[in-house]
Design a binder for this molecule. Structure first.
Ligand SMILES: [Fe+2]
Length: 250
């Protein structure tokens, strides 16, 4: 059933892309690109995660959310459990993009690079992932901008955060923008998010290979038990909804 959502875009919808998850995992792992991944965490504000409103994700499976590393200026806080790492596959600039956002929270100018630099990017020159490229080519995009790999190695829990604003993302989709996740390995964890009715949802990732997710919604993952790998693809599609399974949208 299509649930209520204030924008005409769902927060979540399965995407019809078929690919071989094991083959993609092997290509990524054997390429050694994961050795370039860097921690992707958020700022500590008043001793806690900037995004954690302390109201959501209160179940016991999220208890270790309080123990993840956070940025305290440029130093990471002490932690007992790790969180996301990321590495880019495409770039508009240097091969190894240092950050995927521009601007600052303080001045409310912080926006993701896939929105700030919304045009054709190129694949980095030092790693080649031909199977991934062929999957991206199969989506029928007008152009691809950012592709990045998100990885979690145990012990790790994906910290509570938003990547953008829901409205900012909706405007991006209105202009043809996409936000597709390829589920390579779940690592025994799941994506959890808060829907527009303030309900906690999670994705049964064993049954969905690819999905659209509006990452302006508050989200996190449960703790992984093995390596979790996801690919995030941004770019422009002539008819994004045509590749969504709207019957299973949220
Ligand atoms: Fe995210």
């Amino acid at each position: 059933m299509i649930q209520n959502f204030t924008s005409k875009w769902p927060i979540f919808a399965p995407i019809e892309i078929d690919f071989d998850q094991d083959r993609l995992r092997d290509e990524i792992v054997l390429s050694n690109i994961l050795t370039k991944s860097k921690i992707a965490t958020t700022q500590q504000v008043d001793g806690k995660n900037f995004w954690d409103d302390q109201k959501h994700f209160k179940d016991h499976i999220f208890e270790k959310q309080k123990e993840v590393p956070l940025w305290n200026d440029k130093e990471l806080t002490p932690s007992t459990i790790d969180t996301f790492y990321q590495v880019n596959v495409t770039t508009f600039d240097e091969d190894d993009l240092a950050d995927v956002w521009r601007g600052e929270h303080k001045t409310k100018t912080r926006i993701p690079l896939w929105i700030a630099e919304d045009y054709q990017w190129h694949y980095r020159s030092d790693y080649h992932l031909p199977y991934l490229e062929s999957i991206v080519n199969s989506i029928g995009l007008n152009y691809v901008s950012m592709i990045r790999i998100i990885v979690q190695d145990p012990p790790s829990i994906g910290l509570i955060h938003k990547d953008s604003g829901i409205k900012t993302n909706s405007e991006y989709y209105d202009g043809g923008g996409i936000n597709i996740t390829l589920n390579v390995t779940t690592g025994g964890a799941n994506l959890y998010f808060i829907d527009t009715d303030d309900n906690e949802r999670h994705v049964d990732e064993d049954n969905i290979k690819a999905w659209h997710f509006n990452d302006g919604a508050l989200h996190c993952t449960s703790e992984v038990s093995s390596q979790r790998i996801q690919i995030r693809i941004y770019g422009n599609h002539p008819n994004y909804k045509s590749i969504m399974d709207l019957n299973r949208a949220i």
